[in-house]
Design a protein around this ligand. Structure first.
Ligand code: KG4
Ligand code: ZN
Length: 366
C-alpha cells in the first residue's frame, strides 16, 4: 500500500556541473510523474578548460541553487509546506558541489520539519527511466553508463538492487569525452562524438577491446582510449639527440572525414563491449526488463543497440528521455518518491560523500 498517495517530493541535484530541482509525485493512475523540473547547466563556464573545474562548479551552484529551487516550486504551484519530503543527491560526486545541494535540501527539510532523503546519484540514474510510464516487470537488469560510472545491476524490485559488475578503469562517458578531446571535436565531448560518429563510417575491429574473463561482468575502456591516441597522433618517437618522446602528428593534421570515421569506429568498439557484457549478464540472470540510465545512454548507437538486443532477447528496454539521461533532478525526486513509499528516511546528519558506495560501485565522478 502507498502510505503517501499523491504527496510531492522536491528533489535537488548538484553533484557535478548541473544545478537542478524537480518535484515528483505518484499520480492517481500509479505512474511516477513530474510536477516540474528545472536545470541550470554550466557548460559555458567550463568549456575553455576542456572539463569541469570543481571550484568553479561549486561557486556556480551557490549562485543558482535557490533560484532553481524557487522556479521548480513555482512551476509545480506549491509552497514548501505542501511537500511530503525533500530529497537530494548526496553521493557520489564533486564534494564542493554536493555540499551546496545537500546543505540547501537539509535547510528546507529542517525549516519545514519535512522527511529528508539522501539519494545515491547512480541509483537515481538507474531508476530515471521509470518516470512517466507504467511500472515495468521484474526481475530487471540495470545498466548505468555515465561520465563517472559504467555498472551493471540486478533488480528484484525498485528497492532491491544488487551490483553485478562495473568498469575496472574508465567510465564509458569519460572515454567518449576523452576520445572527443583527442579528435578535437569540441566540448562537451560525448554529444560531439555522437554527432561526428553519425557523419562517419564505422569500421568493425578498428579498435581492440581487452577481453574481460568470462566469469566476470565488468567493463574496461582505457586500452581503447590509448589505441585511439596512437591512431590519431601516431607512435611517439624519441628525438635522435635525446629528450622526451613526441607524437608525430596532431588531430588537426587528419581530414575531418577521417576524424568522423575514427569517432564512429571508436563508438562502435565501446558500444560493442557494453553489448557483449550485457549479453553475458542476460544469459546468467534471466530478466523481464532492462533499465538503462546515465549520460551516455543518450548516445544514438548505444540506444539503438540496446533496443535491438532487447528485441532479440525478449526484454523490455526502458530508456529515459534524453533530458533524464544526463544529470537532472527529476531522477532524484522520483527516487525520493520510491524511497518515501518504502518508508525509508535519512537523518539530517547524513553527509555528502564524494566516493561511490554499494549500489554505485564502479567509477569516480558523480
Ligand atoms: O550522467 P551524466 O550527466 O553525469 C555523470 O553522472 O557522470 O553523464 C555525463 C556523460 C558525459 O561523459 C557525456 O560525455 C556523456 O554522458 N554523454 C554522451 C552523450 N550525451 C552525454 N555520451 C555519448 N553520446 C551522447 N549523446
Ligand atoms: Zn550523473
Amino acid at each position: 500500500m502507498n502510505p503517501f498517495p499523491g504527496q510531492p517530493v522536491l528533489g535537488l541535484e548538484s553533484s557535478c556541473d548541473e544545478t537542478a530541482a524537480a518535484v515528483a509525485i505518484r499520480a492517481p493512475d500509479g505512474t511516477l510523474s513530474l510536477l516540474s523540473e528545472r536545470v541550470a547547466g554550466q557548460d559555458d563556464l567550463h568549456r575553455r578548460y576542456g572539463g569541469v573545474v570543481p571550484e568553479i562548479a561549486s561557486r556556480a551552484h551557490v549562485e543558482r541553487v535557490l533560484p532553481v529551487v524557487r522556479e521548480a516550486m513555482r512551476d509545480a504551484g506549491l509552497g514548501f509546506g505542501d511537500l511530503a519530503a525533500v530529497a537530494v543527491g548526496h553521493r557520489p560526486g564533486l564534494i564542493g558541489s554536493l555540499l551546496v545541494g545537500t546543505s540547501a535540501a537539509k535547510a528546507i527539510a529542517w525549516g519545514r520539519s519535512l522527511p529528508f532523503l539522501g539519494i545515491d546519484h547512480v541509483e537515481a540514474h538507474l531508476l530515471a527511466g521509470l518516470i512517466g510510464r507504467p511500472r515495468p516487470r521484474f526481475p530487471a537488469l540495470g545498466l548505468v553508463v555515465s561520465g563517472g560510472h559504467t555498472a551493471l545491476f540486478r533488480l528484484a524490485s525498485e528497492r532491491s538492487i544488487e551490483p553485478l559488475g562495473s568498469t575496472i578503469d574508465d567510465a564509458i562517458g569519460e572515454a567518449f569525452d576523452k576520445a572527443a578531446a583527442l579528435l578535437g571535436l569540441g566540448y562537451p565531448g560525448g554529444p560531439a562524438l555522437d554527432r561526428a560518429a553519425r557523419r562517419g563510417t564505422a569500421e568493425a575491429g578498428a579498435f581492440p577491446v581487452a577481453t574481460i574473463p568470462r566469469e566476470r561482468l565488468d567493463f574496461t575502456f582505457s586500452g581503447l582510449k590509448t589505441s585511439l591516441l596512437y591512431t590519431v597522433r601516431g607512435i611517439p618517437v624519441r628525438p635522435a639527440g635525446g629528450g622526451p618522446a613526441t607524437f608525430p602528428r596532431e588531430a588537426a593534421d587528419l581530414a575531418e572525414s577521417t576524424r568522423d570515421d575514427l569517432a564512429a569506429s571508436f563508438e562502435l568498439a565501446a558500444v560493442g563491449q557494453v553489448e557483449r557484457i550485457l549479453t553475458r549478464a542476460i544469459d546468467r540472470h534471466p530478466a523481464e526488463t532492462l533499465l538503462v540510465g546515465g549520460g551516455a545512454s543518450a548516445n544514438t548507437r548505444l540506444r539503438a543497440t540496446l533496443e535491438a538486443l532487447g528485441r532479440d532477447r525478449g526484454l523490455e528496454v526502458v530508456l529515459p528521455a534524453a533530458r533524464h539521461c544526463v544529470d537532472n533532478a527529476a531522477m532524484i525526486a522520483a527516487t525520493g518518491v520510491l524511497r518515501l513509499e518504502a518508508g525509508e528516511r535519512d537523518d539530517l546528519t547524513l553527509a555528502a560523500e564524494p566516493l561511490a558506495r554499494s549500489v554505485a560501485a564502479g567509477g569516480r565522478r558523480g
